[in-house]
Ligand binder design. Sequence first.
Ligand SMILES: *[C@@H]1O[C@H](CO)[C@@H](O)[C@H](O)[C@H]1NC(C)=O
Ligand SMILES: *[C@@H]1O[C@H](CO)[C@@H](O)[C@H](O)[C@H]1NC(C)=O
Ligand SMILES: *[C@@H]1O[C@H](CO)[C@@H](O)[C@H](O)[C@H]1NC(C)=O
Length: 492
Amino acid sequence: MSTAIADFGLIGLAVMGQNLILNTADHGFTVCAYNRTYSKVEHFLANEAKGKSIVGAKSIEEFVSKLKRPRKIMLLVKAGNPVDALISELITHLEKGDIVIDGGNSHFPDSNRRFEELKANGILFVGCGVSGGEEGARYGPSLMPGGADEAWPHIKDLLQSIAAKSDGEPCCDWVGPAGSGHYVKMVHNGIEYGDMQLISEAYDIMKRVGGFTDKEISDVFAKWNKGVLDSFLIEITRDILKYDDVDGKPLVEKILDSAGQKGTGKWTAMNALDLGMPVTLIGEAVFARCLSSIKDERIRASKVLPGPKIPKDAIKDRQEFIDDLEEALYASKIISYAQGFMLIREAGKTYGWKLNNPAIALMWRGGCIIRSVFLAEITKAFREKPDLENLLLDKFFLHAVTKAQLGWRKTVALATTYGIPTPTFSTALAFYDGYRSERLPANLLQAQRDFFGAHTFRVLPECASDNLPEDKDIHINWTGRGGNVSSSTYEA
Ligand SMILES: *[C@@H]1O[C@H](CO)[C@@H](O)[C@H](O)[C@H]1NC(C)=O
Ligand SMILES: *[C@@H]1O[C@H](CO)[C@@H](O)[C@H](O)[C@H]1NC(C)=O
Ligand SMILES: *[C@@H]1O[C@H](CO)[C@@H](O)[C@H](O)[C@H]1NC(C)=O
């Protein structure tokens, strides 16, 4: 068979795969490309890959034989069954210590399973989140690898050299064990949903309450992009809003307001529910897309359900309005990232993963959709205190939220007054007020649960007494009638 000449092998020659191969070759590595349809390999070698350190293979056997050991193989195929099918085919040709990297959009429970299955065969599995789209894959993606720790020293140099750089640091580091790389990619996508919805709400308020034209809104985003909100998503929003159709009218206003989704935001929200973490902003962002997609029903409802009239002079001071809105967006974004890191922290505990928190923020700083100036501060916060309990308790973010608070409240109040839906701005504020409340009305809730279902409650330590003992599940005969109250936890 052929001699082992390639440093890296990649399977799956869709655009992402081709671009990652070209990127890897540009960084001095020899790459072997494989696709089940050999004509795709041939075409690639004769065109894009021509003159570069890229070779091809006709079969899996040939592909494997061309790779230096330990073999490093990345799969970039459709998530789901195609990954399992390829792995079971590969496995018979691999040897102990070889590394299989799944660079697709796999759901982390699948990566957990594949990690275990390959481990049983002595193969090192890495689930690697890849973000940045086709452009990122070609010139520097954000890479979030996690899985078999022993694999990292063998792939570190390669992955970090092809990754995006932020202030000279690669946006790629080891995330943690098993499926944690894909987990962090999932949360990244959830946060992306949140950021996009926040920006869309800001646009809606400017348009409907402020009466701004798209050009004016574009100018506001252009200005924000020079400040604390400086980010890829703000930048593209600026450009979208000034893009005109052939008739000279803003194209964005002609787009059907019914949002699609592929499911990664939903996965994040579902996982937050599973882990009992209040990741409300991502949840609302997913639901906002759901509400948008029942367009026909909304059209019917819009004809019957009344709301407030928005007067022409709803905005007294334009500059103040925009400044408040910027603060609302910034504060809400801080809440969203704080919630995202709460979720990651809980996942670490629940799944027994030791996670590299500062590296997670660093990986999101460049190359990916949520890249922003702001992430540098998150990296800094976690570098100073890797076990930081909550981002809101870091002094930079504490100060930022405190400063933005008034504008944030004014913006939510304004939107509410004039009937503009702001699910993410509002939930962020509700979360903030809940998180900073020493007491919440859950005492009443516990009483209700005990009243109708004998679910029992605990007493506040300072209110403990002989009839209400501390640290005990208490049930009260609320009605004096007894009756058929029952509960699985009822043991009084
Ligand atoms: C082959 O390439 C196509 C894109 O051209 C891609 O969709 C597919 O996943 C690849 N499959 C394999 C097994 O190489
Ligand atoms: C609740 O109190 C009433 C009145 O004192 C009593 O008759 C009843 O047995 C009690 N029920 C329970 C379940 O303790
Ligand atoms: C409790 O439920 C049982 C069976 O459902 C019923 O026969 C009984 O009358 C109920 N007792 C009271 C106090 O409601």
